[in-house]
Design a protein. Sequence first.
Length: 93
Amino acid sequence: MTAVAGWIRGIGPLVSRIVAALFGGYALAALASVAVLALPMSKPQAVLTGMLASFAVYAGAVIWVFAARSARRAWTGLLVVAAPLLLAAWSVW
């Protein structure tokens, strides 16, 4: 194995976690903010609640991505949480 291949192999999981934190966390926060509209409350209150909750969801997703044992487990965790949020957000449409 060359030095470049070893470097890529070592930095690949870190890049994957950064991408998961940036884009996966954003997608999770967006899904959460839309999924709140499925709750039994007035629409303006749901929008405000979803907007405020999205900040906590994004921060939690970033923490989860870097606390997970592996990059694969980080992505899996994001997908597991996104699935019910996607169903709730889809029910609003």
